[in-house]
Design a protein around this ligand. Structure first.
Ligand code: ZN
Length: 483
């Protein structure tokens, strides 16, 4: 048996992704748990294992802990011997028609024959036809109490809203190096391998966020007796170069960055892995974004964007080093000559009369009250978002997913998903530009903007991201930071 199968997590505690582990532990703690789950995210992160663990756990007669089936009781035995008939795994890729779902619907009504709950695991759920989704929806609306549905998908954007809204969605993101190392440790312990934590970290860095790939790599190295060998030395060398490259990028030393890029290219280090590691390091760095000045932050945002752009070229690995180099050269250009556009907009702000404080007096507010409605703001919003590109690249995305909540006098209230986004909108030059542009679009002398953070928008935003990009190759936290 290959190691990936051998070391499949057998309970929630062994799941590699911290966020998934925590969410499921909460969901399964009480007597009332969801009867429809939607597991969404890239391949190789343990969605199928999760589905099987849920199926076994809810049927276990004597679980020891939340999410940990006992492994001994009669229903656990059925799972062990693979003789369980009340758990149906179907692949939507080959059972996608409305007839398949109708068949499923009629079977759903029958009571389970061995277990407490019947569990239907529908893999690649996005492959179902629209008619099949409609048929499934009827079952999801009122599932019998003895039935649990677990849908899994790599492309959540293709799953209809109506289905999503009836499921508990659990999102899988690419694993961090730390999460991969934890899983590799479990494997190394089980196989009694002699590897250091540093070796495991090097292996994890090559796995691009996939548990499956990480385990495959360590298995291959162990098979060929190559652990602790020259290969790991080479990886360590590359790792060292990547650290130097990251430092050079942080210091905006572009000539040095390009030199290091060439060195890495000479070692045939895969560009995809390089991008993944730079993304990881940036992700780590930006977790403490408060320590950076607005200027530094905008530089890092630019860097994140460039890396994400470069990683979309994964299908053409040969050109990726070149496109990275081109991206770095862009950074250099930005440093040498100040952006002419921003100069221009500075001048404009100087000429225009200083903006009066909007909350000056209530009387003044009343005078200018109800000059425009929320509806009118919504009408011009997409134009605002579009023209914001001239000022800042990340702004458009933020504006597009932000929620307009109300208009109060001439003040527009807006909610965004993350405080980082609010901070960006509240930066002086950006706020001034937005208020001025809104004034033009709404034909008003003065318009004010108040921005709050509404965490419920995060889900909506994550969906917007996965719609616009192939979710398979990204770290969702990076996507958010890019905005
Ligand atoms: Zn049990």
């Amino acid at each position: 048996m290959n190691w990936y199968l051998k070391y499949r997590p057998k309970n929630i505690k062994e799941l590699g992704l911290t966020s998934v582990r925590q969410t499921l532990t909460k969901l399964l703690a009480g007597p009332e748990f969801p009867h429809a789950f939607l597991l969404a995210g890239p391949r190789g992160l343990g969605k199928t294992s999760t589905a099987r663990i849920i199926a076994q756990y809810v049927n276990c007669q004597a679980p020891q802990e939340v999410g940990v089936p006992c492994g001994q009781c009669s229903s656990c035995q059925l799972f062990k011997q693979k003789t369980v008939v009340d758990v149906v795994e179907m692949d939507a890729a080959s059972n996608r028609s409305v007839d398949d779902i109708r068949q499923l619907r009629s079977a759903v009504g029958l009571a389970p024959s061995q277990l407490k709950y019947k569990v239907y695991i529908i893999d690649e759920a996005h492959m179902l036809t629209r008619e099949a989704f409609n048929a499934l929806l009827k079952t999801l609306e009122e599932p019998p109490s003895h039935v649990i549905f677990i849908l899994a998908t790599t492309e959540i954007q293709k799953v209809p809203e109506t289905i999503k809204s009836r499921c508990q969605i659990i999102e899988y993101h690419l694993a961090t190096i730390e999460e991969l190392v934890q899983t590799l440790k479990r494997v190394a312990k089980g196989e009694k391998l002699e590897v250091t934590d540093k070796d495991l970290k090097l292996i994890a860095a090559r796995a691009r966020g996939s548990f499956r790939d990480a385990i495959k790599i360590i298995e291959r190295l162990a098979e060929k007796n190559k652990l602790n060998s020259q290969l790991l030395n080479q990886l360590a060398q590359a790792d060292n170069l990547i650290d130097q490259l990251f430092t050079a990028l942080r210091e905006r030393d572009i000539p040095q960055s390009v030199r290091l890029l060439d060195k890495l290219n000479e070692t045939s280090y895969p560009a995809r892995d390089l991008i993944y590691q730079l993304e990881q390091q940036l992700n780590h760095l930006l977790s403490n974004y408060q320590q950076f000045s607005p200027k530094e932050l905008s530089y890092y945002q630019q860097l994140v964007r460039l890396l994400l752009e470069a990683s979309t070229n994964f299908s053409e690995p040969i050109s990726t080093y070149l496109s990275l180099k081109a991206a770095f050269l862009n950074l250099d250009e930005g440093k040498q000559s100040p952006n002419p556009r921003s100069e221009e907009s500075k001048k404009e702000t100087k000429i225009s009369p200083p903006t009066k404080s909007l909350s000056k007096s209530k009387e003044e507010k009343k005078k200018i009250n109800s000059h425009f409605t929320l509806q009118e703001v919504k009408k011009v919003w997409s134009e605002l978002a579009k023209s914001s590109l001239e000022l800042n690249h990340g702004l458009k995305n933020i504006l597009e997913v932000a929620a307009l909540t109300k208009v109060d006098g001439n003040i527009i209230h807006l909610s965004v998903a993350y405080s980082l986004q609010r901070d960006l909108l509240e930066k002086n030059n950006i706020r001034q530009w937005l208020e001025k542009k809104l004034g033009q679009l709404l034909k008003q002398e003065q318009v004010g903007l108040i921005v709050d953070v509404d965490t419920s928008l995060r889900k909506k935003q994550a969906e917007a991201v996965s719609k616009s990009q192939t979710a398979a190759s990204r770290d969702s936290r990076l996507d958010i930071l890019m905005f």
